[in-house]
Design a protein around this ligand. Structure first.
Ligand SMILES: NC(=O)c1ccc[n+]([C@@H]2O[C@H](COP(=O)([O-])OP(=O)(O)OC[C@H]3O[C@@H](n4cnc5c(N)ncnc54)[C@H](O)[C@@H]3O)[C@@H](O)[C@H]2O)c1
Length: 267
């Protein structure tokens, strides 16, 4: 469903007018990062996008065009030179940054089934580097570009606080990511920069399709959640708009659940 200005109201439509942001983690139209980017663009933001590798570039460029963005740059978060170059290009195009969306995670497929006990050292290292350290390194690089009042948003999942079957190493990575949100919020706060996470309910995307038992997770969430449904990328995008905008100017270091209420239930 296309979101119209009437649906979010004229005020909502201008919440990010004149603001410039970088969105890291769009792979395709189903990406959570795309749900957030669409809402931000509808609210008046100018957005730069990154893509990981040439295959994804073909997906990301047409999406960027749909929100009138011409700043589309390569960035593999494990490659410091690419990260540096991407920020240089964004700085040239925008002159500064008002928000950063970090919507990146990775785990080897064999670490997303079976036992956490069997996680390999290399799989653990890769997962932590891409899913957690990348937030720290992007914040460090972006620090020079951030305006007063800038907002950083990352994406987490309930498997950080409860043991979810097959989520395994990603649960550990998300726990570390949520801790990183708090430490970064404390350090960047004095400059007026805010750092928050959305903990989203399960959504079928490229990344989540690697999780064994995703179908069961979706089914259980829809059955048990107070709203009796799964969330979609626009639910996350709408909450993301609030966290990126001055409406949340007093909020930092928070893990905000967008899961139709699933996390508050038991049995
Ligand atoms: N889909 C869900 O059910 C769900 C629920 C809660 C949280 N999340 C989180 O949302 C975020 C986005 O995932 P998604 O579900 O939209 O899937 P997605 O596959 O659309 O997005 C994941 C992104 O990570 C990027 N990425 C992976 N390794 C990278 C690297 N080395 N360098 C740069 N980019 C890299 C991919 O290119 C992709 O764009 C992730 O942090 C994920 O853990 C997803």
């Amino acid at each position: 469903m296309e979101v119209t200005e009437t649906m979010i109201g004229t005020e909502g439509a201008r919440l990010l007018a004149g603001r410039k942001g970088l969105v890291v983690g769009v792979a395709n139209e189903r990406s959570i990062a795309w749900g957030i980017a669409r809402r931000a663009a509808q609210a008046g933001a100018e957005i730069a996008f990154t893509y990981q590798g040439e295959t994804l570039e073909k997906r990301v460029r047409p999406l960027a065009e749909r929100v009138d963005s011409s700043v589309v740059v390569p960035m593999d978060v494990t490659d410091d030179d690419q990260v540096e170059r991407a920020f240089e290009l964004v700085q040239e195009a925008f002159g500064g940054l008002d928000f950063l969306v970090h919507s990146v995670a990775y785990a080897d497929k064999e670490d997303l089934l079976g036992r956490t006990v069997d996680t390999s050292r290399e799989g653990f290292r890769r997962s932590m580097e891409i899913s957690v350290y990348s937030l720290i390194s992007l914040c460090r690089r972006a620090e020079r570009s951030f305006s007063e009042g800038a907002s950083i948003l990352t994406l987490s999942y309930y498997g950080s606080v409860k043991a979810v079957p097959n989520y395994n190493v990603m649960g550990i990575a998300k726990a570390a990511l949520e801790a990183a949100v708090r430490y970064l919020a404390v350090e960047l706060g004095p400059r007026g920069v805010r750092v928050n996470a959305i903990s989203a309910g399960p959504i079928r995307t490229l990344a989540s399709s690697g999780i064994t038992g995703l179908r069961d997770m979706l089914g259980d969430a829809a059955k048990r959640a107070p709203l009796r449904r799964n969330v979609d990328t626009d639910d996350v995008g709408a909450a993301g708009l609030y966290l990126l905008s001055p409406l949340s100017k007093g909020v930092t270091g928070e893990i905000h659940y967008v899961d139709a209420g699933y996390n508050i239930t038991a049995l």
